[in-house]
Ligand binder design. Structure first.
Ligand code: NDP
Ligand SMILES: O=C(O)C1=N[C@H](C(=O)O)C[C@H](O)C1
Length: 267
C-alpha cells in the first residue's frame, strides 16, 4: 500500500516537533515537506535528531509547498490566523487538512466546512487530539444533562496565544447540547474587577489560567444542592496528542466533509 504523503506546517513548534517525529517514524506515512515561514533548513536543528530531517524540503510559502509536495494530507500546528489561511489554501488545492491549531471562529469553521464539501474532500479540525481530553468532553456532555450549573477552568502554559482554549470552547459547545439553558450565578452579580467571572458561553463561565510549568489541563466543575462533580484531564507532555494526530491523518483520507472534534471519529 502507498504511504500517506504528509506536509507539516509549524515544524519547529512544541506540537510540530512531535508531529514531525511521529510522521517521520510511522511506516505508513511519508513526511514529504514542512512549511515554516522562517524557511531555513537549519531551523530544523531545533528538533531532536535533526540530522534525520536534513533532506526534508522546507517551504516558506504555502502555495509553493502545496504545489510541489504532491501530498495527501496537510497537518497544521501553527497559530490561529495562519492556520486558518493554510487550511483554506490546502482545501483549495484539494489536499486534506488535519488541523490541531486552535482559535478559529465559528464563521471560519462554517466557511471551511462549505469549502471541504464543495471540494468533496475530508478535513479534520480537532481542538484536542488527546483521547483523555475527548472523554472529558463527552463525560461533561453527559453530566450536563443532570447538572445545569457548570464552570470550566482551563489551565495552560503561558506561551499559549488563544483564550479560552479550543478544548474549553469545544467542551462548552458539547455541554450546551445537553444542558438545560441557564444564566449562572446570582442575577444581580457584578464584577468589581472586569473579567472576575470569566468568559460567558451560553450562561456558563470559562476561566483561563496561564502559568509557566503547565502543559494542558482542564477541570469541568458541576455543582448542585449538597454535591459537586469534577471531571479533569491533564496532558503532561505533547506526545499525549500524537495518537490522535495519527488517527486523524488516517481518517481524513476516508471522509469527504469537515469533521470538527475527535469525538466524531472515535467510537
Ligand atoms: N489540537 C491539539 O490537541 C493541540 C493543539 N494545540 C494548538 O496547536 C497550535 C500550536 O501550538 P504549539 O506547538 O504549542 O505552538 P508553538 O508556538 O510552539 O508553535 C507554532 C509554530 O508555528 C510557527 N509558525 C508561525 N507562523 C507560521 C507560518 N506562517 N508558517 C509556518 N509556521 C508558522 C511558529 O514559528 P515562530 O515561533 O518562529 O513564529 C512556531 O514554530 C496552537 O494553536 C495550539 O493551541 C496545541 C497542543 C495540542
Ligand atoms: O496550546 C496548547 O498547548 C493546547 N491547545 C489546545 C487547546 O487550545 O485546547 C489543546 C490543548 O489544550 C493544548
Amino acid at each position: 500500500m502507498d504511504k500517506v504523503r504528509v506536509i507539516i506546517a509549524g515544524p519547529r513548534g512544541r506540537m510540530g516537533k512531535e508531529a514531525v517525529k511521529l510522521v517521520f517514524h510511522e511506516e505508513k506515512f511519508e513526511l514529504v515537506s514542512v512549511l515554516d515561514h522562517k524557511h531555513d533548513q537549519k531551523m530544523l536543528h531545533e528538533i531532536d535528531d535533526f540530522q534525520l530531517y536534513e533532506n526534508i524540503p522546507v517551504y516558506s510559502n504555502v502555495e509553493e509547498c502545496l504545489q510541489k509536495s504532491n501530498a495527501d494530507v496537510f497537518v497544521d500546528l501553527t497559530t490561529p490566523e495562519v492556520g486558518y489561511l493554510h487550511t483554506k489554501t490546502a482545501l483549495q488545492y484539494g489536499i486534506r487538512p488535519v488541523v490541531g491549531t486552535t482559535g478559529f471562529t465559528q464563521e471560519q469553521l462554517i466557511e471551511l466546512k462549505q469549502l471541504a464539501e464543495e471540494k468533496n474532500i475530508g478535513c479534520i479540525i480537532a481542538p484536542n487530539f488527546a483521547i483523555g481530553a475527548v472523554l472529558m468532553m463527552k463525560f461533561s456532555q453527559l453530566a450536563a444533562k443532570y447538572f445545569k450549573d457548570v464552570e470550566i477552568i482551563e489551565m495552560h502554559h503561558d506561551q499559549k496565544l488563544d483564550a479560552p482554549s479550543g478544548t474549553a470552547v469545544k467542551t462548552a459547545e458539547m455541554i450546551s447540547l445537553s444542558r438545560e439553558k441557564k444564566q449562572q450565578g446570582h442575577p444581580n452579580e457584578s464584577e468589581s474587577i472586569t473579567g472576575a467571572r470569566g468568559a460567558n458561553f451560553d450562561g456558563m463561565h470559562i476561566h483561563s489560567v496561564r502559568l509557566p510549568g503547565l502543559i494542558a489541563h482542564q477541570q469541568v466543575l458541576f455543582g448542585a444542592d449538597g454535591q459537586s462533580l469534577t471531571i479533569r484531564h491533564d496532558s503532561y507532555n505533547r506526545s499525549s496528542f500524537m495518537s490522535g494526530v495519527k488517527l486523524s491523518i488516517e481518517t481524513v483520507l476516508a471522509i469527504n466533509t469537515l469533521v470538527y472534534g475527535l469525538e466524531n471519529i472515535i467510537d
